[in-house]
Design a protein around this ligand. Structure first.
Ligand SMILES: CC(C)(COP(=O)(O)OP(=O)(O)OC[C@H]1O[C@@H](n2cnc3c(N)ncnc32)[C@H](O)[C@@H]1OP(=O)(O)O)[C@@H](O)C(=O)NCCC(=O)NCCS
Length: 191
């Protein structure tokens, strides 16, 4: 399979919102209370700032990820890192670890941007998702109880989140279950 990870354009907006809605519906079916309905304005801002990347397969948007270079509400040290948010893959592609394709492509870019680690966090009580992150090379750093500061997104308030990190590794080979060739797209304002 051939994938390309590239900064989202405004023309991808409907597709990416559809993926977020599909994931949220699936969360509800699993009784996992996780994602809110992401606000259009926030997603538009992510596109505008070059933070939202889309995974393209044959001209179709099949996944996405939102990347930042800091995440000060959760991580307070200054290790050079990319912070992974809102990782999503179309449900029809489930079971092939295509999320790890996104993570691997982000890792390649992280290395050329001088980052040493990839970081993310997820709900501490979601064991299945945590097992997945461990399977694709992340290790648990610690649990963090979130307070109720108004600066926190509503869905984080009073929750406990688990922090994960993966060391960037130039020699990493793609996971065996996923045979792919991946490329980065054009330059974005963010990078
Ligand atoms: C996370 C994600 C990108 C991984 O994509 P992928 O590499 O193609 O892998 P899959 O979709 O096959 O999922 C891998 C495993 O993680 C589990 N998983 C994924 N998201 C999950 C979630 N939100 N809650 C619980 N389990 C989840 C899957 O059920 C599967 O478990 P299994 O191996 O026990 O069957 C994709 O599952 C997804 O889009 N999930 C919904 C959005 C989401 O929850 N993102 C993470 C936000 S922190």
């Amino acid at each position: 399979m051939m994938f390309k990870l590239q900064p989202a354009q405004i023309t991808h907006m409907n597709n990416i919102m559809w993926l977020f809605r599909e994931a949220r519906k699936w969360h509800m079916e699993m009784n996992v209370s996780q994602w809110p309905l992401f606000e259009l304005d926030r997603v538009l801002e992510d596109i505008d700032q070059g933070r939202l990347l889309v995974l393209m397969k044959d001209q179709h948007v099949v996944g996405g990820v939102t990347l930042t270079e800091t995440d000060p509400l959760i991580w307070t040290d200054n290790t050079p890192a990319f912070y992974i948010h809102r990782l999503v893959v179309a449900r029809y592609l489930k079971g092939q670890d295509i999320g790890s394709v996104i993570v691997d492509l982000v890792e390649q870019r992280a290395i050329t941007s001088g980052k040493s680690v990839l970081r993310l966090d997820c709900w501490a009580n979601n064991d299945r998702l945590k097992r997945y992150y461990e399977r694709i090379g992340f290790r648990k750093i610690r649990d963090l109880a979130m307070g109720e500061a108004p600066s926190l997104p509503a869905h984080y308030r009073n929750s406990t989140t688990t922090l994960f990190e993966r060391q960037c590794d130039e020699a990493r080979t793609p996971r065996q279950s996923v045979s792919y060739a991946g490329t980065w797209g054009y330059a974005s304002p963010f990078f």
